[in-house]
Design a protein around this ligand. Structure first.
Ligand code: GLU
Ligand code: MG
Length: 439
């Protein structure tokens, strides 16, 4: 017997990638449908550990958080517990209902509209959620084994049920390489909904794990020597008539002109992008050469040590081949806000399109094995090695920083500086523990 929801959480994924929310009795939802709930925007500056950083907003600054029922996750609990019901909000001005410029979903929608207007493309997004599943009664099995899944079979089954019930369409559930590591891949979805699904997918994974008596740790590193948890994003482009316009059988590595220039734009801004996509101090314990997360700004086909890789379809049928073709961005993890991360990727890509840039050459080996001359020839450079380096690159990237509202930049930088200072007071192991408590 499953219970209907009693409480609906009006939620948002904040600048730290933390989903926060406020509850409304489900029976009262109609009363907040139009104008939502008032919210003091200073809350945007909440830090990960229970405090708040300096921000430009005072006690009178408020937006309306209006539920968007297209972005809803309702998870009944087959074991009789309460149903999780969450809806993502749009933050709107309380004066005239116009979008609040610092709302991450609005920032992404603006970027997606620019992409569509300038290229005719709609973005399709899928995510690989990696996480470590811990349970007091379950010892993890070996990587990719049936034994491993057998040990947490109830969790795996519940994940599939939850995804089906919530329309999240998980495509695979795998026992990954790390101890207790699981990977859930999601189906590609168009536009804002595809990115909302990343937020909702994370919460579904956490909720199902908790109901099983376990915990899903999406933190990039559970401990300094653990295998890292990534959140790779796969993207492709569709025209309005659903034609796959990221693919061209005659293009270099089957890239259309759009894909080629878009990828070039990503490389143009990759150090800055890292600040938004791998935005916590522990993100940099995950990134690095030769642990398959990627340590270099390199471009490859199927090459998992590259920051960006083309994933060609294995299907020889021309229609299926065009449809399956996609590009993966790897230096990204679950401490990011996916709306902000994808907005940044889109703006970077658009810069490549507007300027007609060409991507770096394809690297056909592990970039760590290249000598300096080859790295230079192939345009391979290391990714930022720490959050301070990435943040400085973002702040110095006048184009990319300029794509975001000034007040967003102020608060994002203040939050990141706070995290950098805190992290400097602790060793790596303590930082992993602190972030594992939050993510
Ligand atoms: N766990 C790796 C990472 O941190 C990714 C492994 C893979 O799926 O290629 O990104
Ligand atoms: Mg993986």
């Amino acid at each position: 017997m499953t219970a209907p929801p009693k409480l609906t959480m009006l939620c948002w994924n904040d600048y730290l990638g933390i989903t926060r929310g406020r509850g409304v009795p489900t029976a009262r939802l109609d009363q907040v449908r139009r104008n939502g709930l008032g919210w003091a925007v200073a809350g945007t500056a909440l830090d990960p550990f229970g405090g708040i950083v300096d921000n430009p907003w005072g006690p009178m600054d408020e937006v309306r958080q209006v539920p968007d029922f297209d972005a809803r996750l309702t998870l009944p609990d087959e074991t009789g517990g309460s149903t999780l019901d969450m809806v993502l909000v749009r933050s709107r001005s309380r004066e005239d209902g116009s979008p609040w410029e610092c709302c991450p979903r609005h920032i992404l929608e603006t970027a997606l509209s620019a992409l569509h207007e300038e290229t005719g493309a709609r973005l399709m997004v899928a995510c690989e959620h990696e996480f470590t599943y811990t349970h007091p009664d379950i010892a993890p099995g070996a990587a990719f084994t049936l034994d491993s899944v057998r040990r947490y079979r109830a969790f795996a089954d519940a994940l599939v049920d939850a995804a089906d019930a919530a329309g999240l369409a998980f495509e695979t559930v795998e026992p990954e390489f790390g101890l207790g590591q699981v990977e859930v891949c999601t189906k590609p979805i168009i536009g804002l909904a595809g990115v909302d699904a990343v937020v909702l997918g994370r919460e579904a994974i956490r909720e199902v794990a908790r109901r099983q008596g376990g915990t899903a740790h999406l933190v990039p590193k559970l401990s300094p020597d653990a295998v890292g948890n990534g959140a790779h994003i796969h993207f492709s482009f569709l025209a309005d008539d659903d034609a796959p316009i990221g693919f061209d059988p005659d293009g270099s590595h089957e890239m259309s002109a759009l894909t080629s220039a878009f990828v070039a734009g990503i490389f143009e801004h990759i150090p800055a992008l890292t600040a938004l996509c791998a935005p916590s101090p522990v993100s940099y314990l995950r990134l690095g050469p030769q642990h398959w997360s990627c340590g270099f700004a390199a471009f490859g086909v199927q090459n998992r040590e590259c920051a960006v890789r083309i994933c060609p379809s294995p299907d020889p049928d021309p229609t299926a081949r065009a449809k399956g073709y996609n590009v993966e961005y790897r230096p990204i993890d679950a401490t990011c806000n996916p709306h902000l991360a994808l907005a940044a990727l889109v703006y970077a890509g658009l810069d490549g399109v507007r300027r007609g840039l060409s991507p770096p050459p394809i690297v056909e080996t592990d970039p760590a094995d290249l000598d300096d001359a080859d790295r230079q020839r192939l345009g391979v450079v290391p990714l930022p090695a720490s959050l301070p380096v990435a943040l400085a690159a973002f702040e110095a990237d006048t184009y990319l920083a300029g794509c975001f509202p000034e007040r967003f930049m102020t608060v994002f930088s203040a939050l990141k500086r706070f995290e950098i200072e805190r992290a400097a007071e602790r060793d790596d192991a303590a930082n992993c523990r602190a972030y594992a408590d939050v993510y």
